[in-house]
Design a binder for this molecule. Structure first.
Ligand code: 13P
Ligand code: SF4
Length: 350
């Protein structure tokens, strides 16, 4: 093994075992050195590392204490007793961890690591919608920033959106800001969607609405790329493929799929089911993470579809975050307190 020092050896062996068919050995050696230093610092500083399912394989399989979808990581953040939370994910996720843990240091290893959905709507937009539809509950996807959550009645994730809406016992909700997820939820509930941005004159008023999701034109720059033609062409080549879609995909794509679920839902589906091939209609790094844990399954994915924001988080940055306590997430206290209510209400429903 040459360049691996004796104290790094067990980290290297663990990583080599899961990553050997995915990553060249010289790269595993380099990454193992970083992972060893991160794991040592993590203990010294009483830090916890939360890793989203979209993290690159070498990071995902070496340093997180917990991996999962947005909901699972939010639940972990709500219960951790670590002093420092390093969030290997994107900014809105780290912000949610800070909202739940005002007394802890929350670090995001990259300065930006944004999200096209979170960037799609502002707190002013939500205030205008509430003014136009008074009394209609606001459900906001967790892929949103703290000031938007502060205007929200209850948050949801891709794992619990329908459950959260059903819990409100209402026939009209404002659901923000994912237009495709709104369409997928509406299809599941047998409701319709309405986009006030397309109707600036306000021809439809609250009284005309019913079994309606009032939504917003926002979308995920990764999931919006999948098309029904992609699914048809893969099905032509692999007639027995199981097609698994994330609910941020367009409704016409979800309609062509065999299963729709959060990133954790997709991982659990592959775990529990047999199919000659599984096609993942989601961010492509997750395919690598599944393959590493399931070398026996054939995972198909479209590898041009990588989230540039998630891809900003590397092992190098994670080490830098712990060594230099950066980049620290802060949320103004008045916004935090109002945003907290919307996350806590979701965690009560889950
Ligand atoms: P999950 O909550 O399903 O992990 O989704 C997060 C996300 O950003 C999907 O693009
Ligand atoms: Fe946002 Fe899409 Fe990236 Fe998820 S994959 S973080 S929704 S841009």
């Amino acid at each position: 093994m040459g360049i691996i020092a004796p104290n790094e050896e067990s980290t290297y062996r663990g990583m080599h075992e899961v990553l050997k068919n995915l990553i060249p050995d010289f790269e595993i050696q380099e990454k193992a050195k970083l992972a060893y230093r991160i794991n040592r610092l993590k203990k010294e500083k009483n830090a916890v590392i939360l890793g989203h399912n979209y993290m690159e394989a070498a990071l995902y399989h070496s340093v997180p204490d917990f991996t999962g979808d947005s909901l699972a990581l939010c639940q972990q953040a709500a219960t951790t007793d670590a002093d420092i939370i390093v969030f290997c994910g994107v900014r809105f996720m780290a912000e949610s961890a800070k909202i739940l843990n005002p007394g802890k240091t929350v670090l995001l290893p990259a300065v930006k690591a944004g999200c096209s959905l979170a960037a799609a709507i502002t707190a002013d937009d939500v205030r205008a919608l509430k003014k136009r539809f008074p009394g209609v509950p606001v459900v906001t996807y967790i892929n949103s920033y703290a000031d938007v959550k502060a205007e929200t009645d209850v948050c949801c994730t891709s794992a619990n959106a329908v459950k959260v809406i059903e819990s409100l016992k209402t026939d009209t909700v404002i659901f923000l800001p994912d237009e495709f997820m709104a369409g997928n939820i509406a299809a599941e509930l047998g409701w319709s969607t309405y986009f006030p941005q397309d109707d600036p004159e306000g021809t439809r008023q609250p009284a005309d609405l019913g079994n309606t999701i009032i939504s917003w034109h926002g979308s995920c720059e990764v999931h919006e790329l999948f098309t029904p033609e992609d699914v048809a062409s893969v099905r032509k080549q692999f007639p027995e493929v199981a097609v698994l879609a994330h609910p941020e995909c367009k409704p016409e794509v979800v309609r062509e799929s065999d299963f729709v679920g959060s990133t954790k839902g997709i991982i659990d589906y592959v775990d529990a089911n047999h199919a000659p091939e599984f096609l993942l209609l989601t961010e492509c790094a997750m395919g690598d993470n599944i393959i590493a844990g399931h070398p026996d399954k054939n995972i198909l994915r479209l590898c041009s579809h990588r989230c540039p924001h998630m891809a900003e988080i590397t092992l190098e940055d994670t080490l830098d975050a712990l060594e230099n306590t950066r980049y620290e997430i802060t949320v103004p206290e008045d916004i935090r307190l109002r945003a907290l209510g919307s996350i806590e209400r979701m965690l009560e429903i889950v």
